[in-house]
Design a protein around this ligand. Structure first.
Ligand code: SAM
Length: 226
């Protein structure tokens, strides 16, 4: 039974939630895509960030995942919980201990207990959320005090599936909107990262650029009241 989550505060207007392809997202993701959505330089930067920020033994939620989670191979976490829209992709993801399927544009209630996750990750996924406020509110509910959310993205998207808030904005707008939505639901002011990456291989050695790297990192305060 789909459940609507009432966010603390709405940030987007109806027009900003609209997307070119209003068809069911589950259909769009019905066939598995065993491809990398981001280049090697972006992925290396993301894995380094995870290594630096997520402690071993953490409970990790990889929301909007696929067959890859970009977590450092050598680090052991207590549990890695995956979510996405394609069963075959998630079943093939070697980092996931368990996973579930859910269309977040139809149902925003996450089937996770309050304060049960240390690090919630979204990679190249936020740009498809039509109700990001409700997801931010749910992440605040499921992430423990002192836990964090890390939203990472680059400058590409399935254009027809991204709401107008994303298609109409530039990289700076994307960082600002993710931060604004998180803060509107009670997350502390996030840290923003915007970096160029070198192109993979010899082109990178001569200065060519890879996928730009953007991340929004918000950490919960120490106490449940924070
Ligand atoms: C570009 S892929 C990124 C996948 C993965 N995070 C990665 O780094 O390769 C976008 C992902 O967003 C998720 N997604 C898109 N629309 C969604 C929706 N309406 N509900 C739930 N997940 C969705 C799917 O899991 C899809 O694989």
């Amino acid at each position: 039974m789909p459940q609507t989550v009432q966010p603390l505060m709405e940030v987007l207007g109806p027009a900003e939630r609209a997307k070119l392809d209003g068809g069911d997202d589950a259909h769009f993701y019905a066939d598995p895509r065993f491809v990398q959505h981001l280049d090697a330089a972006f992925r290396a930067r993301l894995t380094a960030l995870y290594r630096e920020r997520i402690p071993p033994g953490a409970v990790v939620l990889d929301l909007m995942s696929s067959w890859v989670s970009h977590l450092p191979e050598e680090v052991r976490y207590r549990e890695v919980i995956g979510h996405g829209l394609n069963a075959q992709e998630l079943a093939a993801n070697p980092r996931l201990d368990r996973h579930w399927l859910q269309n977040l544009n139809a149902d925003q209630r996450l089937p996770l207990a309050d304060a049960s996750v240390d690090a919630a990750l979204i990679v190249a996924g936020w740009q498809y959320l039509q109700y990001p406020e409700a997801i931010a509110a749910e992440l605040l509910r499921v992430v423990r005090p002192q836990g964090q959310v890390i939203v990472a993205f680059s400058n590409r998207m399935f254009f027809q599936k991204a709401p107008r808030i994303w298609t109409d904005g530039d990289d700076r707008d994307h960082l600002a909107t993710v931060a604004r939505v998180l803060m509107a639901q009670g997350w502390p002011r996030p840290e923003l990262i915007a970096e160029a990456t070198p192109a993979p291989g010899p082109l990178g050695w001569i200065g060519a650029k890879g996928d730009p790297f953007f991340a929004v990192i918000a950490a919960r305060a120490e106490t449940a009241a924070g």
